[in-house]
Design a protein around this ligand. Structure first.
Ligand SMILES: [Zn+2]
Length: 456
């Protein structure tokens, strides 16, 4: 599979609120290194190769983003934040690693454990809301991941989850999510907390002219996938998609989730021509930890020697000079219409042959060879989906509801979320209507509102 990780490898930094459910069954193999605890499915691939690859990706990601002087400082455990009975704290400190890296067998299994983010290939999740999980974390990692809603707060932790041990897809996703994690850690190490006189404010960073800061967050992560050689997506497609987005009047103040990766990538690519990645991560740190007032324009000039406004103008000029091919337009539409996400939400309704057909088109489109006929075929496929509301099907769709609610709210707001909430009522009494409505919601709300491109 090509390029699957381009989509929705989320900039997801969220407290996990996952409940125990009948998730796909598999057992974990756990390996602890100096910096992280690694989990992967027992029996998956070559264990030594997985452990080596993760270690290599960890080192590469640190080297890419972290300046020399800070290398030993990430990650670091703040021992003073650990509270509890002495014997528990002792066991905890002996076993603690600030980061848990979990490689799931596939996105479906990942989605079961992190249901609000269902549909992603990877995520970074804050587990600070979890506590009293020590023994579970050490001995029963899967249950640890499923735990939530514990009283009290003992420590802070992070989980990077990626999926797909069957091939190399998880490696790009791991680079992506580790980039989020490392940059967040960088922010914690480089930004001085506000003094008592200063009020922390979530609205502390103004990038003017206005720019969606998630472009930097997912731009750097997507750029790292390419820079370290773990992306098998066609590099040319990112700038082409960004160019089409801008040409169609796309706003930089709020970029649709699905197009954020491509547009953000091109910004970081332009920035990387001015300063090294280790400086990029310091420059952008305030975005990750918005605790004090920052004048981004001044900061940008100080780091790059260029005015932010000039940089942005040159970036737009360069994009507007790109010659757009049919393959580029099809790729843009493929993403704008959210097919990769719609596929994941609706896959239980597809036959094996339909899934293969979809994956074939996906490969073609992300290789830059998609055609308008491919898009017609997909639209026909998804819009006509229907199935008998069997118990098995309902069980497969149910864990997707939380993710559906999360994503539709993020992109379309409360009305869309209310549509999703209605599903839980239909699921009980009107099963056929539930299936119809589920399909309609996915096909409606995973299509970006940004303007479509005209296909010949
Ligand atoms: Zn991301």
């Amino acid at each position: 599979m090509r390029s699957v990780k381009l989509f929705l490898v989320g900039a997801i930094i969220a407290a996990t609120v996952v409940s125990v459910c009948a998730a796909p069954e598999f057992s974990w193999k756990a390996v602890t290194t100096d910096h992280y605890r690694l989990l992967f499915p027992a029996g998956a691939g070559n264990p030594d190769e997985i452990v080596r690859s993760v270690a290599k990706i960890w080192d590469q990601t640190i080297d890419l983003w972290v300046p020399e002087g800070l290398k030993g400082a990430i990650p670091v455990l703040d021992k003073t934040s650990v509270e509890g009975p002495p014997e528990v704290v002792e066991e905890y400190l002996a076993n603690y690693r600030p980061l848990l890296i979990a490689i799931y067998p596939d996105w479906e299994a990942l989605g079961w454990d992190f249901r609000p983010q269902f549909g992603v290939f990877g995520l970074l999740a804050n587990t600070s809301s979890m506590s009293n999980c020590i023994s579970r974390m050490v001995h029963r990692p899967k249950e640890f991941l499923n735990e939530s809603d514990h009283p009290g707060k003992i420590w802070m932790d992070w989980v990077v989850g990626v999926s797909g041990t069957g091939d190399d897809d998880w490696k790009g996703a791991l680079v992506h999510e580790l980039t989020h994690y490392v940059q967040l850690e960088m922010a914690l190490k480089t930004i001085e907390p506000p003094s008592e006189a200063e009020e922390p404010s979530p609205e502390n960073i103004k990038i003017s002219p206005g720019l969606d800061t998630t472009l930097w967050v997912d731009g750097t992560a997507t750029w790292a996938e390419h820079a370290l050689g773990y992306s098998d997506a066609q590099e040319d497609l990112c700038p082409a998609a960004a160019a089409i987005y801008l040409k169609n009047g796309g706003s930089l103040e709020k970029v649709p989730m699905l197009l954020r990766y491509d547009v953000g990538y091109t910004l970081v690519e332009a920035l990387a021509k001015l300063i090294p990645p280790t400086q990029i991560s310091v420059l952008l740190a305030p975005i990750y930890l918005p605790i004090r007032e920052v004048d981004f324009n001044e900061r940008f000039s100080r780091f790059t020697g260029e005015m932010w406004r000039d940089f942005l103008r040159k970036w737009e000029e360069e994009l507007s000079s790109i010659e757009i091919t049919q393959g580029d337009r099809v790729y843009y539409e493929f993403i704008r219409r959210g097919y990769p996400v719609r596929f994941r939400f609706l896959s239980p309704l597809l036959t094996a042959a339909q899934r293969d057909e979809f994956l074939g088109i996906w490969d073609r489109v992300t290789a830059g060879h998609g055609t308008p006929a491919d898009l017609d075929c997909l639209e026909g496929l998804f819009s006509s989906l229907t199935a008998e509301p069997t118990d098995e099907l309902l069980e497969a769709l149910y864990p997707r509801e939380e993710g559906l609610s999360h994503w539709t709210y993020a992109e379309y707001g409360a009305q869309a979320q209310a549509d999703v909430a209605r599903l839980s009522i239909l699921r009980i009494g009107q099963k056929a209507e539930y299936i119809r409505e589920f399909v309609r919601i996915v096909n409606t709300y995973f299509v970006s509102k940004s303007a479509p491109v005209v296909l010949p």
